[in-house]
Design a protein around this ligand. Sequence first.
Ligand SMILES: [Zn+2]
Length: 448
Amino acid sequence: MRHRACLLALLVQGMIFSTSQTATAWEHHPLLTEPVISTMPEINSAAPAAATSLETFLIAEEADLVTLLAEVETWARSALPSYKPRPDSLAFQVTGTATDIRERFFRAIRVNPNIKTPLYLGPLANNSKQAKGLLAPGDVSILGDTSNLSVFQFDELAAGESASASDIVGTASNEPDYGLDIGLFEDNNTDFGQVYGFGVQPFGNPGLDYGSQAPFHMGFYHESPIVFLFASFLKESYPEYRIHLFKSLSEFAFEHGHNYWGWRFMGWGLHYLCDLSMPYHTTALPGVGTLRMLIINLLDMIGWSTPKDNAVQLSSNRHVALETFEGIVMVDASRIHDTEEPTLAALLEARTIPPYSDTVPRANIAKASHSLSSKMDKALTKYMPARFVTDPSVELGDLSERYQIVQMIEAEHGIAAVTKIEQLQAEALTSFAIYGRSYATAILHPAK
Ligand SMILES: [Zn+2]
């Protein structure tokens, strides 16, 4: 299946191949999600919810879940043209067996069955609240490299212990990056990938931990028709499926009185909405126009691959540079609650909240970030350290100096340049600030 791709396809694929090695979309989702939901009185003033294990929720609602998951599947098959149907043999069924219900559920929703779902909250590390028990990053995530989780601490919750809705949602909003979507394709060397029915991985690196989640966290819906003509595999992506699935599960959990899981599934869904606001997640080659893409592909076809390799590496580095910048800025702003910081201000801003529909992720959020991608790419090229964003011999993911990126921009171009990038980042995240609230509101007031 992979060789159906022509060289242009391989170019685009190569681009995503390299970005997905280090890039994870926006860093630290709780720092983006919490400000947005903090503006919602229904979440802010909601009664604390008692933590319950996933198994407790599943076994209590096993029969009704059969219907719900069947409805989600019917929806996905009719609403998403590139959706690969869930094999009927994986359909969730009532067996009454508690010991394997967790695995049966994970296989029915086709996530990595090894994910961990401990009861915990994940505030920024070193914040005042003293936790009774701390979990290690390896207790919440199945990824090999959990170094970027060191900014958080994981406070264990006992079963039955209450937590605020906003803490549950915020904590959960990071969880889809803890391995949920890893290894789901046929060529990912996992037993479940063989039976899930997603086929071979359409883009991203199938051999890498993080690479294999790319088609679930990225969506290229607005490329030019000629790109789709040559690289139709770019249409195979699943954020909309995850967003609808977790919205449905969240509504279901609330309806059945399992508020803790209602909030947690809401956080899972918000993760994917937020990912689509990242310009490098909705555009295959930001900053490279269609014509240029065709030319460098042509050159590649006649044997000169340097322009292609350079374009791939530079886009990858800018992707990493933006995420590194965003992570640093958001940790700093969150720690001191700097509401003047442009991104935090944009997330907190009072807004008119339009109604949510299933077309929002593609037609509104991904559309907005795709439209911003060229402007963002230009700004990064202009203001970020040249070595990081214009030197194709550099693999930015390997440079620990990248964590000085904010100081470096300020030293070279002044604080105004830092602000300029913060403003563009704020512009990108505005769609999440708006539609994240639409999504949460729709869950709390389902139209039935
Ligand atoms: Zn993600």
